[in-house]
Design a protein around this ligand. Structure first.
Ligand code: PEP
Ligand code: MG
Length: 578
């Protein structure tokens, strides 16, 4: 039977393929059937993993016993220890391995899902909530079993090309999604997630259609069913009939044709009709993305989200590993500027090695706050970036700044890193520019202290909107309130661009706003001259720049900035784009 479900389209385009259901967000484990002689070994492997996690929790307990550790940590370690020791988790999976001759991770996840179902049926809210703890404990064990802490076990289904598979998951973490860069799936759809969650951003960066916030996709869709994903409209069609399928195949090839036509713009300079030059920079997550940036004709890298080098592994990359990654990007860009953002870990991009209990991670120890709290880790990264600066034009970008003392402490850390390299006679660019991300409203409002201390600014609209409107960017239940055109957001962005311009500091926008062609003219009219976005969006935005006349646009945008009525703003933006 054919039916349709609706969600939030976060990456446009059309995909047609078969559903591959994921068992759980970070527990996407393969199901393997074992030969009879393998079963004992598998049980032993499971027992070893349980012991390893017990040891992990013992260590955490020592940490939790220290004076400055939060009380919640102690309670949580105790609880997790109890859950792990419960025969439901430590014994029953062994029976499953033996009975079904399956791999340990699969057996454990099956048992977890059974337990989670039982929790859902409990009346007591406190006990019901405990299912998240069960899932976390299971995650720990699965990670040990996989031998790659933090690595997703997602694999393409045998016999079906990756390009024809559609991942259907309850949720995907950025760490899961980054694995998709190696395995090209046709699309992914999830029950939860917001439009500017990092998972959605990754989907856009890969230019694969994606829908989040579908609520019950995982319950309604069965493994192997044929799906059409319309990422632009946020629609999933399950088991489409031949007529609908034909219609979408046609639309898909039309879109591909439009995309390929845009390629002609690759080598064209992005100048407006009235001769205003605009820089088109690329946002990247991994060194391999440089290829896409070059293919799209990017003038430079405006945002290298280095924290993705840290995800999907249980430890920190060494200075040399980081240096190699940064140098690869710098060399690949052949003299064009490369803006390396120091790691923005925390919030939805957490690292196993430093998992902390935080009640509100988006407002917690994230980005620069975490960096300054971990000076060794910070220095390692700064040294690696400085070393790479010898190979081209590198700029350093600091995320989530709000206070003058954070900038001062960062600059002092940079001086320290420089001095250590000088002492070791290692070459680097002494004049490396340092910029700050404007993504906290306080920073945009008190812009003077940033202008006086930094060489350039980059507006992170994803977080700026999240914090200005108090909307969790990864929560689909409030995603309808995530409004880039809210007058307060427009004021903050315009004020930052204007202030930077007046002080002679380059300002870019590297949040998702920059890659939305419907807003290109609005940003041009605000005075923006550096746009940074996913490589897949560059040519379309460039096309809009080429067709724009700043002298026509600017007066309309000035008018828009005086409005406080959303309807009026939208009306004028339509006029702007007409
Ligand atoms: C932003 O916040 O707009 C931004 C570019 O950074 P990220 O999306 O990585 O938080
Ligand atoms: Mg940000």
């Amino acid at each position: 039977m054919s039916f349709t479900i609706h969600g939030l389209g976060v990456s446009g385009g059309i995909a047609i393929g078969v559903a591959q259901l994921m068992s759980h967000a970070t527990l996407e484990v393969a199901h393997l059937t074992l030969g009879p002689r393998m079963v004992d070994k598998e049980v032993a492997r499971f027992e070893e993993a349980i012991l390893a996690v017990q040891a992990e929790l013992e260590l955490l307990k020592v940490e939790a016993g220290k004076g400055n550790a939060p009380a919640e940590l102690r309670a949580f370690v105790d609880l997790h220890g109890m859950i792990l020791a419960d025969p439901e988790l430590s014994e029953v999976p062994k029976q499953i391995i033996r009975e079904r001759r399956c791999n340990a991770e699969w057996a454990l996840v099956q048992q977890m899902e059974r337990l989670v179902e039982q929790f859902d049926a409990i009346d007591d809210a406190y006990l019901r909530e405990r299912k998240a703890d069960v899932v976390q404990v299971v995650e720990r064990v699965v990670k040990v079993l996989l031998g790659h802490p933090g690595r997703s076990a997602l694999r393409a289904r045998k016999g079906v090309k990756e390009a024809d598979q559609i991942i259907v998951a309850h949720d995907l973490s950025p760490a899961d999604t980054i694995g998709f860069k190696e395995q090209r799936f046709a699309s992914f759809i999830t029950d939860v997630g917001g439009a500017t969650s990092h998972t959605a951003i990754l989907a856009r960066s890969m230019a694969i259609p994606s829908i989040v916030g579908l609520h019950r996709a995982r319950d309604l869709i069965r493994d192997g069913e044929l799906l059409i994903i319309d990422g632009t409209r946020g629609v999933v069609i399950i088991n489409p009939d031949e007529r609908v399928l034909e219609e979408y195949r046609l639309r898909k090839s039309e879109l591909e044709l439009e995309r390929s036509k845009l390629k002609r713009l690759k080598t064209m300079k992005a100048s407006t009709i009235d001769g205003v030059d605009v820089q088109m920079y690329a946002n990247i997550e991994l060194p391999e993305d440089v290829e896409a940036a070059r293919t799209a004709g990017a003038d430079g890298i405006g945002l290298f989200r280095t924290e993705f080098l840290f995800l999907n592994r249980g430890d920190m990359p060494t200075e040399d590993e980081q240096f190699e990654a940064y140098r690869k990007v710098v060399k690949g860009m052949e003299g064009r500027p490369v803006t390396i953002r120091t790691f923005d870990l925390g919030a939805d991009k957490s690292l196993d090695a430093m998992d902390r209990v935080q009640t509100n991670p988006a407002l917690g120890l994230r980005a620069i706050r975490l960096q300054l709290a971990e000076p060794k880790m910070f220095r390692t990264q700064l040294r690696a970036i400085l070393r790479a600066s010898k190979y081209g034009k590198v700029k350093l970008l600091i995320p989530m700044l709000a206070h003058a003392h954070e900038i001062d402490a960062t600059l002092a850390a940079l001086q320290g890193a420089k001095q250590s390299l000088r002492e070791q006679k290692v070459a680097f660019d002494e004049g490396i520019e340092v910029g700050g991300m404007i993504e906290i409203p306080a920073a945009a409002l008190a812009i003077g202290m940033f202008l006086r201390r930094l060489d350039f600014l980059s507006i992170g609209t994803n977080d700026l909107i999240q914090y200005a409107l108090a909307i969790d960017r990864s929560d689909e239940t409030v995603s309808h309130l995530y409004d880039p055109l809210h007058p307060a957001v427009l004021m903050l962005v315009a004020h930052t661009i204007y202030s930077g311009d007046k002080a002679g500091l380059p300002v870019s926008v590297c949040g998702e706003l920059a890659g939305d062609p419907a807003l290109t003219r609005l940003l041009l009219g605000m005075g923006l001259r550096i746009f940074s976005m996913h490589p897949s969006q560059i040519l379309e935005v460039k096309q809009h720049v080429l067709k724009s006349d700043v002298s026509d646009i600017a007066p309309i945008v000035r008018k828009i900035l005086r409005y406080s009525e959303p309807e009026k703003i939208r009306e004028q933006i339509e006029k702007l784009n007409a």
